[in-house]
Ligand binder design. Structure first.
Ligand code: NAD
Length: 339
C-alpha cells in the first residue's frame, strides 16, 4: 500500500514536494492545503491535485473565487499517514498539536527550530536515525548543501575544522516585497551565523563556524568553504570524493558555468521543470588544496535542494525502506537527479 501523504502549505517548497510525491510509486498525494485561493491553487486543481482550505473560516473565499476545495486541513489529516508541513518558517510548530491530534506523522522544514521534531534530517548523513520516527525536521537549504559536501569530504579525509562564508540570496524569485535591493547585509552581523550550529544538529562532530551575508539576488546561495583536513588530499582527490554522490554535481567554469545565473541556464538546458536543481553544485576550478587545507566554492538552489530530502524522510519515517541507499536511489531516479 502506498503511503498517504498530505502537504500543508502549498508554496515554494510545498508545490515542489507535492510534484515529487506524485512521482513516487510507493506514495500517494492525497491533497494539499492553501490559506487563500490563488493561481497556485488553481493550477494544482487543474493538475488533478485535491485542494483543501487550511481552516473552516477560509472555505468561503475559495467558494467565492470558484475554486473547488474538498474540505479543510482537518478533513485531509483524517485521510493520511503523514503530512509534510511546508508552511512559512515558525508557523509549522503551531500545527504540531493538530498533527498529534490526528495521529499523523509530520515532517517540518528548516524554518522551524530543531526542537519541534527533536531530529534534524539529511538523507546521506542520518537516514537511519529517522526510521520509524513520528516527527522529523528536514534542515534548511543552506544546511542541506553544507551537510552534503561536508559529509563527503569528512568520510574521505576527516574534517578537523570547517570555516564557511555564506552568500545568501535576498529572496526567492517571486518574493517582490523582500530585499535587500541595493545592499550587502551581514546576516547576522555577529559570528557565527545559525548555519554552523544547524549543521551540528545533523553532524555533531564537525567543528564548524559560519558567517553569512544576504545579497540582492534571487537565484541561488553560494558558500565558500575553508577546510582543515585530518589527512592530505589533492584537488583531484577532493573532486573524486564529491563525485561519488549523485546529489553533488561538479560543474566547470571553463565550460561557461561560471555564475549562479549560468547554473540556472544549465538547469534549463537540462530540461529541469521550474529550472530546479536539487543537486548541490560545486565549481571544479574552485577546489584548491594545500595538503591538509582545502578550499571550495559551492552553490545551492534554495527552492529545490530540500525536495529529495523530504521524499527520503517520508520513506524513513514510514519504514517504506530502512536502507538509505535504496531510498536515495528511488528518489534520485524518479526526480532525474544525477542525470
Ligand atoms: P512560502 O511562503 O513560499 O510558502 C508557504 C505556504 O504556506 C504558502 O502557500 C502560504 O500561503 C502557506 N501558509 C501561510 N500561512 C499558513 C498557515 N497558517 N497554514 C497553512 N499554510 C500557510 O514558504 P517556503 O519558502 O515554501 O517555505 C516553507 C518552509 O520551507 C519554511 O520553513 C522555510 O524556511 C523552508 N525552506 C524554504 C526554502 C526556500 O528557499 N524558499 C528553502 C528551504 C527550506
Amino acid at each position: 500500500m502506498p503511503v498517504k501523504v498530505a502537504i500543508n502549505g502549498y508554496g515554494t517548497i510545498g508545490k515542489r514536494v507535492a510534484d515529487a510525491v506524485l512521482k513516487q510509486k510507493d506514495m500517494e498525494l492525497v491533497g494539499v492545503t492553501k490559506t487563500k485561493p490563488n493561481f497556485e491553487g488553481r493550477i494544482a486543481v487543474n493538475k488533478g491535485i485535491k485542494l483543501f482550505a487550511t481552516s473552516q473560516d477560509r472555505l468561503k473565499a475559495f467558494e467565492d473565487a470558484g475554486l473547488k476545495v474538498q474540505g479543510t486541513l482537518e478533513d485531509l489529516l483524517k485521510e493520511v499517514d503523514l503530512v509534510v508541513d511546508c508552511t512559512p518558517g515558525k508557523v509549522g510548530a503551531s500545527y504540531k498539536p493538530l498533527y498529534e491530534k490526528y495521529k499523523v506523522k509530520a515532517i517540518f522544514q528548516g524554518g522551524e527550530k530543531h526542537d519541534v521534531a527533536g531530529f534534524s534530517f539529511n538523507a546521506v548523513c542520518n537516514y537511519k536515525g529517522a526510521v520509524g520516527r513520528d516527527f522529523v525536521r528536514v534542515v534548511s537549504c543552506n544546511t542541506t548543501g553544507l551537510c552534503r559536501s561536508l559529509y563527503a569530504i569528512d568520510k574521505a579525509f576527516g574534517i578537523k575544522k570547517a570555516r564557511v562564508v555564506l552568500v545568501r540570496r535576498g529572496a526567492d524569485p517571486a518574493e517582490d516585497s523582500k530585499g535587500p535591493i541595493n545592499s550587502i547585509v551581514p546576516d547576522p552581523v555577529t559570528i557565527p551565523s545559525h548555519h554552523g550550529p544547524d549543521v551540528q544538529k545533523v553532524l555533531p562532530h564537525i567543528d564548524i563556524t559560519t558567517m553569512a551575508f544576504a545579497v540582492p539576488e534571487t537565484l541561488m546561495h553560494v558558500h565558500v568553504l575553508n577546510l582543515e583536513l585530518n589527512n592530505s588530499a589533492t584537488e583531484s582527490d577532493v573532486l573524486n570524493a564529491l563525485s561519488q554522490y549523485p546529489r553533488i554535481r561538479i560543474v566547470s567554469a571553463q565550460e561557461g558555468v561560471d555564475s549562479t545565473s549560468t547554473i540556472i541556464e544549465y538547469a534549463r538546458d537540462l530540461g529541469r521543470a521550474r529550472y530546479d536543481l536539487p543537486e548541490l553544485v560545486v565549481w571544479k576550478e574552485s577546489v584548491k588544496s594545500f595538503g591538509k587545507e582545502v578550499y571550495l566554492t559551492q552553490a545551492v538552489h534554495q527552492e529545490a535542494i530540500v525536495v529529495p530530502e523530504n521524499i527520503d524522510a517520508i520513506r524513513a519515517m514510514t519504514k517504506l525502506t530502512e536502507s538509505p541507499e535504496e531510498s536515495m536511489r528511488l528518489t534520485n531516479e524518479s526526480l532525474g537527479i544525477g542525470r
